[in-house]
Write a protein of this length. Structure first.
Length: 533
């Protein structure tokens, strides 16, 4: 099979404009593929954990790390206990210990409990003080450990309070602040990381726990609603050492413990609280994060969406034909405007992140689309492909003609994102734009053979030529009868591409037609007017 294609020309970018905001952008075009690429993981406010790890690798002490991410704060001291909600809304709880322990009921009476596990229901009945039968105890029940830790699914330091809330059981771990952090730090940051990073995490976690305490029966959740707390089994010596080395240390701002938000990866710059949550906090501002590059989530994507898939994912009731984004001062997307047949729809950046499963709101949406001529091109002629490669780089033009996709060339879009390229395929060929692992929808250029009829020298034959020469291809000689083309003779193509049809010519309008296959669509010659004298 013939190998198609020679790339002829890529139209270079047009004149410069002052900025992306000031210039008009080429519309997405039909069958566009939307390419989302982003940076970072998490809300972006406060301390980037990978960034802190990077700072620690470069020799920065935890005090310097924290001062960078929370400018204007200073170290102070604090202590206390934390009440962690372990479970709520359950009909049964199983609590126990490998050693004897005690329970104090709501009347203030302490009872001895023999080692083992006990299942509680809303009646709060329990065997205590060696009695053979369980007895109901007045809530709340405060279980205190003996020599070994209490377990509630997993072991926890400190005491566990059980009460009844709305007819269901609720369990709260009452634990010292430092012991709580033993279970938090290795749950929030890999325990194998550099000691100074773990110390920064310990101070941030201690400060965050105190600054965000809830009012009511408990102070914090055990999950990402507060901080991840996985208890005694998850403790690690390196994390415990970091907690101990920073014991009691918190970040203060203007006399109060600072809300030291943290997250996985910034992507190179943190976000301000003003940009993300709409509330300005003096120490939660956007700062550069140069060592965050060690994170596997520093840059992510590309993720590809067709217009139809994007419309479904965003519940827009139809396909998206184009998108535009609005950014805040931290570089994150505040809103995305989706263009649909029903009109423009604006989606909040945070809601978009959740709907599409993105890691952060720091992302860009590129566009790839390519269009081919609607009619076949004649063998030997050029075809012009037009399209859009907006907000993506690098961009390749790829082709396929019956086999695998192959790269034709790298392309550079004009400043408005438009692409224009001339190709010269020798057979019907598919073309597409690609960036990285993402490829847009293909555009098909159909190629028809070149046919020419020669002016006849005798009234008994018509000769012509076909390019490319496909030996054995059957050429039909057709005469126009009214409005219908009727085949009046056929002739095979020889190895040189010539054909010679034997027929008795009469005056009329003739053409040649051939459907040779070999990657070519049917082709016809220009018409030939024949007059017979």
């Amino acid at each position: 099979m013939r190998r198609p294609l020679a790339l002829l020309l890529v139209i270079a970018a047009v004149g410069a404009v002052p900025s992306a905001q000031a210039r008009a952008l080429a519309p997405a075009g039909p069958n566009a593929t939307f390419v989302i690429t982003g940076h970072g993981w998490g809300h972006g406010v406060g301390m980037s954990q990978y960034g802190a790890y990077g700072y620690a690798q470069h020799g920065f002490a935890y005090q310097k790390i924290l001062a960078h991410y929370f400018p204007g704060t200073e170290l102070g001291n604090a202590s206390g206990k934390v009440r962690v909600l372990l479970s709520s809304g359950t009909a049964k709880l199983t609590i126990g210990s490998v050693d004897d322990f005690t329970v104090r009921d709501g009347d203030g009476t302490s009872h001895d409990v023999t080692a083992g596990t006990y299942t509680l229901t809303a009646g709060l009945k329990l065997k205590v003080d060696g009695a053979p039968k369980a007895q109901a105890l007045a809530p709340p029940l405060l279980f205190q450990p003996g020599a070994g830790a209490l377990t509630l699914g997993k072991p926890y330091r400190g005491a566990i309070q059980v009460d009844v809330d709305g007819g269901k059981l609720r369990a709260i771990n009452v634990v010292g602040l430092e012991q709580y952090l033993y279970g938090v730090v290795p749950s929030e940051m890999p325990y194998t990381w550099a000691p100074e990073a773990l110390k920064a995490q310990a101070v941030a976690a201690r400060s965050y726990a105190l600054a965000t305490k809830r009012s009511g029966a408990f102070d914090v959740y055990k999950d990402t609603r507060s901080q991840v707390y996985l208890g005694l089994d998850h403790e690690k010596p390196s994390a415990t050492a970091a907690v101990d080395a920073t014991a009691g240390k918190v970040l203060m701002y203007d006399g109060a413990v600072a809300k030291t938000f943290f997250f996985s990866t910034s992507g190179g710059r943190t976000a301000s609280a003003q940009d993300v949550w709409g509330t300005a906090v003096p120490y939660l501002v956007s700062v550069p994060d140069p060592y965050d590059t060690i994170s596997p989530y520093h840059t992510w994507g590309p993720f590809a969406f067709t217009g139809a898939k994007l419309g479904r994912s965003l519940h827009l009731g139809g396909a998206v034909s184009d998108v535009h984004t609005t950014l805040n001062s931290s570089g994150r997307v505040t809103t995305l405007t989706a263009v649909t047949a029903a009109g423009d729809r604006s989606i909040d950046g945070a809601k978009l992140k959740a709907a599409l499963g993105l890691r952060s709101t720091w992302f860009s949406v590129g566009v790839l689309s390519l269009s081919a001529p609607a009619t076949p091109v004649t063998y030997g002629a050029t075809a012009r492909l037009t399209g859009v490669a907006r907000g993506v780089r690098p961009v390749q033009l790829q082709q396929r003609s019956g086999g695998a996709w192959a790269v034709v060339a790298g392309l550079k879009a004009a400043k408005d994102g438009s692409i224009s390229v001339a190709v010269k395929p020798t057979a019907t060929t598919q073309y597409r734009l690609a960036t990285g692992k993402v490829a847009a929808a293909a555009a098909r250029v159909s190629v028809a053979p070149l046919l020419r009829l020669a002016v006849p020298r005798t009234p008994r034959e018509l000769k012509g030529v076909m390019r490319p020469a496909i030996s054995g291809a059957a050429v039909a000689i057709q005469r126009l009868q009214g409005t219908t083309w009727t085949t009046v003779a056929t002739a095979p193509v020889d190895a040189s591409g010539a054909f010679d049809a034997q027929l008795q010519l009469i005056a009329g309008t003739y053409r040649a037609r051939v459907a040779p296959g070999h990657g070519l669509v049917p082709g016809v010659s220009p018409v030939l007017l024949v007059s017979v004298s």
